[in-house]
Design a binder for this molecule. Sequence first.
Ligand SMILES: Nc1ncnc2c1ncn2[C@@H]1O[C@H](COP(=O)(O)OP(=O)(O)OP(=O)(O)O)[C@@H](O)[C@H]1O
Length: 309
Amino acid sequence: MKDAVCASGICKGFNTIFRGKKEVLKDINLLIDGEEIFGILGPNGSGKTTLLSIFSTLIYPDSGELTILGIDARRNTHEVRKLINISTGKPNFPWSLTVKENLRHSGMLYGLHGRELDRAVDWSMESFELYQYQDTRFENLSTGVKQRLSLAKAMLNGPKLLFLDEPTTGLDPQMAQRTRALVKRIHRDMGVSVVMTTHYMPEAEELCGMIAFLKEGRIIAQDTPARLKRNLKIGERMRIRYSGNIDCDALRSIPGLISAEISKGRADLVVDKNEATFSRVMRTFQSAEILELELEEPDLEDVFIELAG
Ligand SMILES: Nc1ncnc2c1ncn2[C@@H]1O[C@H](COP(=O)(O)OP(=O)(O)OP(=O)(O)O)[C@@H](O)[C@H]1O
């Protein structure tokens, strides 16, 4: 199977009125095989949307090579566009057209006609629970339904690769969860490769098999969520409430202790997830009485703060 995205040395800058050229993407190298959902994470303004716009051929990079599904995206843009689509979390459709009219309109732009167009529109309304809204104008839809319409539109041309830009932006938790379930279905049941941006860690952790962190236009880390947690030494949190005295120096010098905040009766520790470290920590509390012990797994939010800081 051909890789979904192969990018090397991608750079992009925008001309600004007062500050000259602003470099937004700097030497981006990425290989995305498309087997698992791939997440591009980063703080606001880090370049996620610009990168996705380049991958989906909406804008050209200033330099670098880009192959999408084995096709040179800079030379054969038209061929690439037949195989991909993009959906954004802030969808914009002709506001006075109904859901059905919008889907038919988009379908026609993708070159569908007659029965083929009818079938594609019916299938997308069925798959994305849009039938009950088919005669509702875009301007009267809720944010969640607009998002579903955007996903439905993006599936009309039967893409092999789908780019999603912040697909759950502005949705309440329940609606966001429904949208994530749809994204999983698109990937798993409809066999579409998915590359998505998000700045919401739990979303990346739930959906993505691989994550690239973008900061100020550069990829600063790329790995599976599990390995990112392990390799970045983001440790387990131990919160201990105790009475009595402990040897604080001995506690602070334990190898594997990443950080320690110790005050009277309370120790907040971050430790390597490692048996030896745990038992050494517990031994320093032998002379005291442990009143409460709380353990908390690190999550990607910690990784993100560490990298984005
Ligand atoms: N057409 C443009 N002209 C000038 N600057 C631009 C243009 N598009 C994007 N930028 C700038 O490039 C930088 C990256 O923007 P981009 O939208 O790609 O970031 P992002 O990570 O998607 O941010 P967000 O999460 O806020 O959407 C920002 O500083 C933005 O102001």
